[in-house]
Ligand binder design. Sequence first.
Ligand code: ADP
Length: 476
Amino acid sequence: MPKARQLNIATKLTIWACALIAVFFATSAYLFRQVRQDAEISSLIVTENHDLDASIQRMLERLYNVQNNIRRYRILGGDQAAVGFIVEDITRFGEILDQTLKKHPRYAKDWEPLTSEFQITLDPAGTTGEDLAPDATVRDWTDILEQSLLENGADTEARLTALRDAGAHAADVGLYGLAFCLLVGVGGSLALAFTLNRSLAEVRRGIRDLGAGGAPRDVRILSNDELGELALAFNAMAARLRREERMRADFIAMLSHEIRTPLTSVREAVDLIGSGTFGEVNAQQKRFLDIAEQESERLSDLLLRLLSVSRMESGELELNPSEVDGTGLVASTLERLLPTASAAGVTLVSEVPEGLTCRADPTHIRQVLTNLTGNAVKFSGRGGTVRVSAAREDGAVRFCVADNGPGIPPEEQDKIFLKYYREPSVRNSIDGAGLGLAISKRIVLAHQGRIWIESEPGKGAAFCFTLPDTPDKDYA
Ligand code: ADP
């Protein structure tokens, strides 16, 4: 067997599943990282920007109070209560500033003027009146803090934008990952199912043809995996079957030929003795000579059938189709079978309309009609009736041979067209070689026709076949 295998089905499945898992994990890992980043940005917004914003607001509030109290101090001409408020606000402002700088040291540089001037201004020893938190200084501080507030707002805005962009990107990646997984999953399964099914269908067809009694034919090898190997094994088996079939056909042909020559001599000798050429034959001798003649005729008939099967097997079925008088063909067949039918106590009835014609090889179709009618007579039993009918329908002529014999069980109906097959119930009681129907089927198929059986056990059987009006070249 050639070494053709590259990727077996298990490897293909594993690669496909790995690709799916890889994409799934890559997407999940990316989304996980993105969620963590988003959580970090959100936490920064809360712990840094929001906290800073609140602190600056509180400091500004204190400074606005200071400004108001300075104004009050001036209007009231040195109100000591206002001084007290100023000192308290400045002190609170200083504490908040300290705490904020501890939490957000990056503002140390920006707020340097605030801290240095704050130290000067709050020198507690004897600082009063105009020197106490001069108005201009407080305004500068307010400006610096408002500027920081704005910057912090812009920073918050930038972080929120980054958060939104990251979220949108994560959603995109998740969607693409999902779409890819779906594509690989559904597409991969469809592609896999298609290739597996294609290869399997090919092998199935070969097995079905073989089971239906067809000649063993090679199937196409469509893949290099286990199913390809199965197809190769099937082809090897088909080749062996063909070889054996040929050998059997050759053997049967040789045997038939070897038996026919001495058989002909025996028949001639029996005929000569029976005709009285060598002297008077008494009644008892005549009876035994008749039996010998009948038996040798049976033997000769069997040999003829065996020969025609082996010829058909080796493709030697040659058709010479012509316009045939179907009515006459049926009538002459029934006439030839009349002695056998009378001996068996069976009535033959023709139900073929006058002037029915068809395109066929008359010799072969006569053989089919003889086989089917002969079987019907054989299986009908004494007192039975065999009806042969024919009619034109849909571009073909349909022939049917119906009897009122035992019929054929449904499970046997497919098998009886196989070579050498005989139904178990008749194997030991009724003569036959199981070849008549196989030969008939070959002949009908060679005419592009169809042959089938309609039967219910106990209610007789009808064997029908069609002969389409096919142009001669189509028989080739
Ligand atoms: P043979 O008749 O020589 O055995 P055939 O190929 O003609 O071979 O028939 C095959 C089998 O089909 C028979 O053995 C029989 O079991 C069944 N058969 C054929 N014709 C009839 C029929 N008219 N009624 C019942 N069984 C039949």
